[in-house]
Design a protein around this ligand. Structure first.
Ligand SMILES: [Fe+2]
Ligand SMILES: [Fe+2]
Length: 377
C-alpha cells in the first residue's frame, strides 16, 4: 500500500539514477520494513570519515561570526521556559491548534462531533506534529555530530559543536513537552524516516549538510513558524520561539558553508553537481507531498475514508498550505544561494509553482535578527 502510494512521487521526480539508487535502501527500510516503528530502538549502520585538521586555522570570518553568535545565543530549557504553565489540551481559551487548521474542518463526519471530541482530535493532531518534530530533532542531533567529524575545516567543526548542543536541547524540550503536557506520542512518519536514514548512511559531509541544514531545517523553520503562529498555548509558543532562533542559525551555517564549498570549481564534477541538484529536488517533492499525518488517520479515520481521500484533504488543508509556503520561502532562495538552482532544474521547480520564491528576502537572516531583538537571554 505504502509503496503504491509512493510511486507517483518517484515518477514525477528527477529521474536521476544515482539519486534514486541512494534512496532505494532507505525507502525499503522506511516504507516497506517500517524500521522506525519496530521496537524502542533502531540501529542504522553508518560509515563517516573523521577528518582531523592539524592546522587549526579559522580563516572563514562568516563561520567565526556564526560561532560567536551561537555561543552568545545559548539558552537553558530548564530555567528559560516556564514549565509550571498548566497545559490543558481541551481548554478552548488557549487552543493548542485552532479549529480552521484541522484538515477535516469541512468534513461532514468531523463537523458532527461534539466540541469536546473536536478538541480531542486537535490534541491528537498536535501530538502527531510535535512527535515528528521530536524525531526530526534526534536525526538532527546525529547529523550535526557527523558533520563535526566529517567537515574538513576547523571553523565548521567548532560552529558544528554548538549545533550539537542546540539539537540536544531541542530533543529535551520536545520530549519533555510531549511527556508532561500532551501525554501522547506518535511513532516516526515513514517518509521522515526515509530521509533521516539516508542522511545517516551518506558518508559525504556536504550531502549531510545539504540534506539537514538546507532542506530539513528549512522545513523545520517553516513548520515551527506555522505552528507558532497558529497555537494559542503560551508555553508552546515560547518554546517554538526559542527553537526557531537556533534553527535559523543552523540553516545559515548550511548556506555559508556550502556556498563556499560549491563555489570552488574543482570540488564537484558535473555529475556530482547534477546529483546534488536532483537530490534537492527529490527532497523538495518528498517534503511537499509526503507528510500526511497517516498515523493519526490510521487511529481515527481509516474506517471512514480511503487513504487517497485522506491525502487529498490534508494536501488541500490550510495548515498544509501555510506550511508549504513558509517552508519553500526559506528553502528555495537558499538553494539558489548555494548555486544548486541551475537552468537545468529550474523548469521542474517552475512546474511545481516554486520559482516564485527564488528571489525572496533572506528569511533566515530576518528571523535571526528579529529573534535576537525579541529574545533576551
Ligand atoms: Fe533542532
Ligand atoms: Fe537544527
Amino acid at each position: 500500500m505504502n509503496l503504491v502510494e509512493s510511486a507517483p512521487a518517484l515518477r514525477e521526480g528527477s529521474g536521476n539514477v544515482r539519486v534514486l539508487r541512494n534512496l532505494l535502501g532507505p525507502a525499503f527500510r522506511g516504507i516497506i520494513l517500517q524500521r522506525g516503528k519496530q521496537g524502542s530502538t533502531t540501529t542504522v549502520d553508518v560509515s563517516s570519515p573523521a577528518i582531523f585538521d592539524w592546522n587549526y586555522d579559522r580563516d572563514q570570518p562568516s563561520l567565526a561570526k556564526l560561532y560567536e553568535s551561537a555561543k552568545a545565543g545559548q539558552w537553558n530549557a530548564t530555567t528559560d521556559l516556564d514549565w509550571s504553565i498548566d497545559v490543558d489540551p481541551l481548554n478552548p481559551e488557549f487552543e493548542l491548534l485552532p479549529e480552521d487548521y484541522v484538515p477535516l474542518s469541512d468534513y461532514p463526519m468531523y463537523r458532527r462531533l461534539s466540541n469536546k471530541e473536536k478538541a480531542e482530535h486537535r490534541h491528537a493532531i498536535m501530538s502527531w506534529l510535535l512527535s515528528q518534530f521530536l524525531h526530526g530533532e534526534q536525526g538532527a542531533l546525529f547529523a550535526a555530530s557527523q558533520v563535526v567529524q566529517a567537515a574538513p575545516w576547523m571553523a565548521a567543526k567548532l560552529y558544528g559543536s554548538t549545533q550539537v548542543v542546540d539539537e540536544g536541547r531541542h530533543v529535551e524540550v520536545f520530549s519533555r513537552y510531549l511527556e508532561e503536557k500532551i501525554h501522547k506520542r506518535y511513532a516516526i512518519d515513514d517518509n521522515l524516516y526515509v530521509i533521516i536514514d539516508q542522511l545517516m548512511g551518506d558518508s559525504r559531509w556536504d550531502m549531510k549538510s545539504l540534506g539537514m541544514q538546507i532542506m530539513i531545517e528549512g522545513l523545520a523553520l517553516g513548520a515551527f513558524g506555522t505552528l507558532r503562529q497558529a497555537t494559542q498555548e503560551p508555553l508552546l509558543k515560547k518554546l517554538l520561539e526559542y527553537v526557531i532562533g537556533d534553527e535559523a542559525r543552523h540553516v545559515k551555517f548550511g548556506v555559508v558553508a556550502l556556498r563556499e564549498h560549491y563555489a570552488q570549481t574543482a570540488v564537484l564534477s558535473d555529475a556530482e553537481r547534477r546529483e546534488r541538484e536532483d537530490w534537492v529536488f527529490e527532497l523538495s517533492l518528498l517534503m511537499r507531498n509526503r507528510f500526511l499525518v497517516h498515523e493519526y488517520y490510521e487511529e481515527y479515520w481509516a474506517h471512514a475514508m480511503s487513504r487517497r481521500e485522506w491525502n487529498r484533504l490534508v494536501l488541500d488543508s490550510k495548515l498544509m498550505e501555510l506550511f508549504r509556503r513558509t517552508m519553500f520561502r526559506t528553502i528555495i532562495p537558499n538553494v539558489k544561494r548555494i548555486g544548486l538552482l541551475s537552468d537545468r532544474v529550474r523548469p521542474r521547480y517552475a512546474e511545481l509553482g516554486l520559482l516564485k520564491y527564488e528571489s525572496g528576502q533572506d528569511a533566515t537572516t530576518m528571523i535571526l535578527t528579529n529573534w535576537l531583538e525579541t529574545v533576551t537571554i
